[in-house]
Design a protein around this ligand. Structure first.
Ligand SMILES: [Zn+2]
Length: 291
């Protein structure tokens, strides 16, 4: 799966899990701010497993440092689509996010600052901003990420519990996305069991569990295929809907309104408008034209 597509899947997954708006799962509800930031962090985390590859979006984010980091990760993880694309890789990345969340600093002026979580989300949001083309130039992506992470580190230092959840979800979405394209991933790395000979000779089965020990469910075909784009288009709309709803609810709350009451009123007004339009339309259609 392509980098931008991984990021979009990550943002959509966070909206589904963390938002409580209609058409979402609401399994891990967070505030409106947490939905918007979390979606960007999750989108960035959905790029992270490809840090094992010096040609990935992440490697180009802050050269030459990002290139060195990607080379090192690739070496530790046994090359591209190996360690970082496994259950162990997802667990390690989640663990790093959790550990980052425990790093805080006290300042007399600003109180407690979540510097660890702030730094980690700065990196992930910058990756996401580049991949999603929210910022055209590399420097703009870093400026956007710095503004967002800085604001949250200062404004909402207690609101970082969701960081490991967003990072774990993003990494899992990446691995799942790569499983849907040909080639598959070594889910159980460093254990890479090989299928028996009869399995390797059976069509379809040899795609699901390949002779190299990779697991796949390659319904999307090759990376960047039209099927991949067909899956990502509605997910993009869904992520935009979830983040938009969070901004509306957050703004209403900040202005002192009860979002539920306002949304009920909007819904009632929409019903009245549709009802009136139907009556007017029916009268206009059934009235004979003047002669
Ligand atoms: Zn990958």
């Amino acid at each position: 799966m392509k980098g931008a597509h991984h990021a979009l899947c990550g943002a959509a997954a966070w909206v589904a899990v963390a938002s409580t708006a209609p058409y979402t799962l609401g399994w891990y509800p967070v505030s409106s701010l947490g939905i918007v930031t979390g979606a960007l962090v999750c989108a960035g985390a959905a790029l992270a497993p490809d840090a094992d590859h010096h040609d990935a979006t992440i490697a180009h984010s802050l050269p030459p440092v990002s290139e060195w980091v990607c080379d090192l990760v690739g070496r530790l993880a046994g090359g591209h689509r190996n360690g970082t694309h496994s259950v162990l890789g997802i667990a390690v990345l989640t663990g790093i996010a959790w550990a980052a969340g425990t790093v805080t600093m006290h300042s007399d002026v600003l109180g407690d600052l979540a510097v660890g979580a702030g730094t980690m989300s700065l990196l992930l949001v910058a990756f996401a901003a580049r991949a999603l083309r929210l910022a055209r130039r590399r420097l703009d992506a870093w400026a956007l990420a710095l503004a967002l992470a800085g604001f949250i580190t200062v404004a909402a230092p207690t609101e970082w519990d969701w960081l490991p959840v967003a990072v774990g979800l993003g990494a899992a979405v990446h691995v799942a996305g790569d499983m849907l394209t040909g080639g598959g991933v070594p889910l159980l790395w460093p254990w890479e069991p090989r299928p028996p000979r009869w399995w390797r000779r059976t069509p379809v089965l040899n795609d699901l569990w390949s002779s190299g020990g990779n697991f796949a469910f390659p319904v999307l075909g090759t990376t960047g295929s039209w099927r991949e784009r067909l899956l990502v288009a509605p997910l993009t709309a869904y992520a935009a809907y979830g983040m938009g709803a969070a901004v509306v609810v957050g703004s209403l709350t900040a202005l002192g309104h009860d979002p539920d009451v306002v949304m009920d009123q909007v819904w009632d007004a929409a019903n009245v408008l549709v009802g009136t339009a139907t009556v007017v339309g029916t009268i206009a259609l059934t009235t004979p034209p003047p002669t």
